[in-house]
Design a protein around this ligand. Structure first.
Ligand code: GAR
Length: 335
């Protein structure tokens, strides 16, 4: 999905991007409030652009309105699940949200809606997942005699409370706890956890470690590829151990550059200058490496086209692979 992140001037003159987040609630909305106030701290990497609810009486809506946030509420009664979700989806899109945060949204979601927000929708659940998915997690933790309850933020997948966990906080169970007293303490932990995890998640494209994992997954899928460090930077080479040739390097903000860049082999200086002039937000001329035919692709951007990155890796691989490997590939291309 194309990103619509907005760039804003910070107090110190730098530019910061803010991801737009729609929050869905059904009730009190205290997690929504935690996200909202976190978004108002200096340097917060996200802003709340919509609070929507399936319950027009949800108290959280009033708070959002008072804080100047756009709201939308529609009762789900009488509508098929997918129909209702389509209404919400329309609102989220018209608010130009990049992400959806479920915060006490007590409605099962249709597969269509979940599919439209894959890897872009988070949920908070008051248990240490995978324990106690679904209803009454606090009571179940107490009945099980757990020493700790807690909360989890996870990515939303079609199964309820089942997606990859992005962060958790444990909360000690106290003697004499009831489901209510425990829930109240877990809620405090929720308010700390959700803004932190959301901030990390929407900023992950700036994280060199996350970018490296992504590149590694693509580069390692090519034949005879091995990891090789180049002057301390992660690199990927092709060929037998002795004659292995580097075809990709990850340059993490080298020489004062802003980019976490993937360096790949272009055909020469003409192609490089052409690309850099036409798309300076994607391509750059890396210090030192540029002179030896390495083209820089900026990867610490929110809207990286990973298919394009993959194509560059393949091309660079072909340019560096020994003839015995490229012959095989050429032969298979012809069929
Ligand atoms: C929170 O405890 C949240 O984790 C939980 O509902 C509560 C909502 O409170 N969500 C779930 O149980 C989802 N499976 P809030 O409206 O004050 O944020």
């Amino acid at each position: 999905m194309a990103s619509r992140l907005r760039w804003e001037q910070t107090e110190n003159g730098g530019m910061t991007e803010r991801a737009k987040v729609a929050v869905l609630i059904s009730g009190t909305g205290s997690n929504m409030a935690a996200l909202l106030y976190a978004s108002r701290l200096p340097d917060a990497p996200f802003e709340i652009v919509l609070v929507a609810s399936n319950n027009p009486e949800a108290p959280g809506l009033k708070l959002a309105e008072a804080e100047g946030i756009r709201t939308f509420a529609h009762p789900h009664k009488g509508l098929k699940r997918a129909e209702f979700d389509a209404l919400i989806d329309e609102q989220i899109r018209s608010a130009a949200a990049d992400y959806v945060a479920l915060a006490g949204y007590m409605r099962l979601l249709s597969a269509e809606f979940v599919g439209r927000w894959t890897e872009r929708m988070l949920n908070i659940h008051p248990s240490l997942l995978p324990k106690y998915k679904g209803l009454e997690p606090h009571r179940r933790a107490l009945e099980a005699g757990d020493a700790h309850a807690g909360c989890s933020v996870h990515l939303v997948t079609p199964e309820v409370d089942d997606g990859p966990v992005l962060g958790q906080v444990e909360v000690a169970v106290l003697p004499g706890d009831t489901a209510e007293t425990l829930a109240a303490r877990v809620l405090i932990a929720e308010h700390q956890l959700y803004p932190r995890v959301l901030a990390q998640f929407v900023s992950r494209h700036q994280d060199a470690g996350w970018i490296e994992q992504h590149v590694d997954r693509l580069a390692s899928g090519l034949p005879e590829v091995r990891r090789k460090t180049s002057h301390g930077s992660p690199g990927w080479s092709v060929g037998s151990e002795k004659g292995a040739k580097l075809f990709a390097i990850l340059a993490d903000r080298h020489h004062g550059e802003e980019a976490v860049g993937l360096l790949v082999k272009a055909s020469g200086a003409d192609e490089m200058t052409g690309l850099i002039e036409a798309q300076p937000d994607i391509y750059y001329w890396p210090e030192y490496y540029g002179a030896s035919g390495w083209l820089g692709l900026k990867l610490n951007r929110p809207d990286v086209d990973w298919d394009q990155v993959n194509e560059w890796l393949e091309r660079s691989w072909r340019a560096c692979a020994p003839a015995r490997l490229t012959r095989l590939i050429r032969a298979s291309d012809e069929f």
